[in-house]
Write a new protein. Sequence first.
Length: 318
Amino acid sequence: MIILFECPQSLLQDLKHVHGANLISTTLFDAFVTQTQHTFVFITDRSTSDCNRLTDTYCKNTAHFFTTYNDLTADLKQHQITPTVAFINDINMIRMLRFRTLNQFNFPVIGLIHSLGTPSAFQHLQTVFPLLQSNDSFICPSHNTQQTLINCGLPVSYSTVIGYGIDTNLFKPSDNKHSLRQQLHLPTNKTLMLLVTRINPYLKMDITPLLRQLPTLIKQVPDLTLCIVGNIQNKHYHEQLVHFITELNIEDHVHWVTEPEQMHTYYQCADFFVSLSDAPGETFGLTIMEAMACGLPVIINDYAGYKKKVFMFLLLEE
């Protein structure tokens, strides 16, 4: 098979520090670039010289290569290959669909939906719909996401539901919570409530409502500590949260980890996990699955892609 794999620059910028949706895309890239059964053509928005360098770096001893949309037609002719299928790590499949139409190909295009709830996402859908063929499909990580597509007018035959997976060799319970907390410089004698999120109110969740409830929770559980793990993507918002924590006089009950490494260890040393996502584009909830795989009780809201998450995990366990 000849597989076209759209690989944007954002995916290649830092393959070691990824999270959320990019984690899924990076996992797929790592799996595809090393296999030799099929030929992968990685299409990126970098320069031609960068593509040559990436080919030398990642495609040794394989028939794979990197290219751009501008060079794709010529490269396919040079290698004397015809695409069998195309895979897009995003809802925006428009460039691939136009390439297929202009070159009169008939291969199916598969799009992986990570987020669906922003105006730009729905604009992409409106642009993509007229160019879809009967053999094209969207992979939805949850039934809620698929239903959103159906509500937008896409026939059910154009989508399928495949939930994200996790590495259970990595995300698993640990009997060494105390030593792990020491290694991570976390309080060893506290009840640790874990929140894993990007520090940005527009992308995942607004932490403010949870902080507002924390003083009440501390009265019930005096040794409770909220451990917030995630990269700061909005500095002003982070500063506001720090100021609000000071106003509530709960500084001793909040611990920040803004440059996390080895994410699984934070789950393994926590007592329970909380995530109250209010993002309309939440399609799955990967952190929930990671927390439950590590044996943590989870407190989540019945919202968007979070729906039926506990039931789904129980089915996977069986």
